[in-house]
Design a binder for this molecule. Structure first.
Ligand SMILES: Cc1ncc(COP(=O)(O)O)c(C=O)c1O
Length: 407
C-alpha cells in the first residue's frame, strides 16, 4: 500500500520554518543555535500590552469560549472600522472580517478570487506565504522586483510590464518583510494607478504598519479613492506583539465594487466557522491604546536595528540597507555572482560553524547567486553584537577558503 500526498503540496515551501530542520540537526550534535530566522517577538522577551492580556483573560473568565459570528464580534468590527477611519481608510464594520491571523485573510481572498492559472502579482523578495497559497490553489505567482539599489522600492515599469489578461490581484507588503523597506507615497500611488487601470484587487499587507523607524507609513486604503477595492490585512501578531493569539483581520475599502467577491469571501469565512473568540474581546482596547504603548518597544527595536546596520556594514564583503520598518534586515554577501556558492551555502555554513540561523534570500525569491540573507533583529543588542562578531569571523574564513579554492 502506498499513500501519496496531493501534487499541489510538492512545491509548497516555507523557508523560514523549513530551515529549522537543519538547525535541529546541529543542536542534536550538542551545539547551541541562536535563532534569527523567525519574526516572533515573544521568543525574545516582547510581550503584548497589558490591557490586551487583561481583556483576553476577562473574556475567557466571562465565558466567551464559544464560536463567534464568522466575521467576528460586532464590538471588534466596529473598533477596527473606527481606527481605520482615523487612518483615512474608508470602510464600515460590515466590511471588516476577523481571521486566523493575516495568513488566513490572505488564504481566503486568494481562494475567493483566483481560478487555477490566474495570476497574482507579489513582491520579490517577499514573504513566502503568498507563494505558498498561490501554489496550493494552482494560481500563478508573478513576482515584481524590489530594487536593492533604490532602498528596495518596487520597479514600477517592470510591474506594469508583468500585467496579463489573467492578472487578478496585486499584493503590496508595506512595511516589507523581508527587506524592512517602507514604500513612499509616490510608489504606492503609482501602484494603485496600475491596479485601477487593470481592474485588479489590491491586497495591502500592513501587519507591520506601527513599527516604523523613519518616515511615515501611508495606508494603501487611504489612497484608494472611491472606486478601487483594497483589502487591508492586519493582525495582533506584530503591531501588538501577540502572534500566538492567531487573530488577524481584513478591512475592505470599496467593497461595494465587488459584491460577488465579498459574497465568496463570506461563504469561505462561514465554512471555517470563526477566528479565535477571546482575543476578539481585546480588539476595542487594542484599537484605542495610547500612541505611547509602543514607545519602549520601538526604542529597543531601534537600537537593535542600528546595531544590525552598523555592524553588518563593517564586515568586509557584506552590505545591508537600513531597515525603515518591521524587524528584518536583508543583507548581502558578495558571492562573486555565484562563483563562491549560493546564499544557502553561506547560511548553512554559518549555522554549522557558528550556530547562527538566518534565512537565505532565495527562500524569499532572490537569486541564490546574489547572496542575500534575511536577519530577524529581535534579540537584544548584546546578543546581536555577539551574533555579528560570529558572522564577521565566519565571513572572513568563508572568503579565504572559497577564494583559495577558486585559484
Ligand atoms: C508580511 C507578513 N504578512 C503576514 C504575516 C502573517 O501574519 P499573521 O501572524 O497575522 O498570520 C507575516 C508573518 O510573519 C508577515 O511577515
Amino acid at each position: 500500500m502506498t499513500y501519496t500526498p496531493a501534487s499541489r503540496t510538492q512545491n509548497y515551501k516555507y523557508a523560514i520554518r523549513n530551515i529549522v530542520v537543519e538547525a535541529k540537526k546541529i543542536e542534536a550534535q550538542g551545539k547551541k543555535v541562536t535563532y534569527l530566522n523567525i519574526g516572533d517577538p515573544a521568543l525574545y522577551g516582547f510581550q503584548p500590552p497589558q490591557e490586551l492580556i487583561e481583556a483576553n483573560i476577562k473574556a475567557m473568565r466571562d465565558g466567551y469560549s464559544g464560536y463567534s459570528p464568522s466575521a467576528g464580534i460586532q464590538a471588534a468590527r466596529e473598533a477596527v472600522a473606527e481606527e481605520a477611519k482615523r487612518r483615512n481608510i474608508p470602510t464600515t464594520p460590515d466590511d471588516v472580517i476577523f481571521t486566523y491571523g493575516a495568513s488566513e485573510a490572505a488564504d481566503i481572498v486568494f481562494t475567493a478570487v483566483l481560478e487555477p492559472g490566474d495570476e497574482v502579482l507579489a513582491p520579490s523578495p517577499g514573504y513566502p506565504l503568498y507563494t505558498a497559497i498561490a501554489t496550493k490553489i494552482g494560481a500563478k505567482e508573478v513576482k515584481y522586483r524590489q530594487n536593492p539599489n533604490n532602498n528596495w522600492q518596487p520597479d514600477i515599469d517592470e510591474l506594469k510590464s508583468l500585467i496579463t489578461s489573467r492578472t487578478k490581484l496585486l499584493v503590496i507588503i508595506n512595511p516589507n518583510n523581508p527587506t524592512g523597506a517602507l514604500y513612499t507615497k509616490e510608489t504606492l500611488s503609482a501602484m494603485l494607478d496600475i491596479a485601477r487601470q487593470n481592474g485588479l484587487i489590491v491586497i495591502a499587507d500592513e501587519v507591520y504598519h506601527k513599527l516604523i523607524y523613519e518616515g511615515e507609513h501611508v495606508p494603501m486604503g487611504s489612497l484608494a479613492g472611491d472606486d478601487l477595492p483594497v483589502v487591508t490585512m492586519e493582525s495582533l501578531s506584530k503591531n501588538y506583539l501577540a502572534p500566538g493569539w492567531r487573530l488577524g483581520w481584513m478591512t475592505v475599502t470599496n467593497a461595494s465594487f465587488m459584491p460577488e467577491v465579498m459574497g465568496a469571501i463570506r461563504k469561505l469565512a462561514d465554512a471555517r466557522l470563526c477566528a479565535p473568540m477571546s482575543p476578539q474581546h481585546a480588539i476595542p482596547a487594542a484599537m484605542n491604546l495610547p500612541k505611547s504603548y509602543l514607545d519602549a518597544t520601538m526604542a529597543r527595536l531601534r537600537a537593535q536595528r542600528d546595531t544590525t546596520y552598523q555592524m553588518l556594514n563593517q564586515i568586509d564583503g557584506i552590505s545591508c540597507n537600513k531597515p525603515e520598518g518591521a524587524f528584518y534586515a536583508m543583507a548581502q554577501v558578495n558571492l562573486h555572482n555565484g562563483e563562491l556558492g549560493t546564499d544557502e551555502d553561506f547560511v548553512l555554513g554559518l549555522l554549522r560553524e557558528k550556530g547562527v540561523l538566518f534565512v537565505h534570500g532565495s527562500g524569499f525569491g532572490t537569486e541564490a547567486k546574489d547572496g542575500f540573507f534575511r536577519i530577524v533583529f529581535l534579540p537584544d543588542v548584546e546578543t546581536l553584537k555577539d551574533v555579528y562578531t560570529r558572522v564577521a569571523d565566519f565571513t572572513a574564513t568563508f572568503f579565504e577558503r572559497k577564494l583559495s579554492l577558486a585559484k
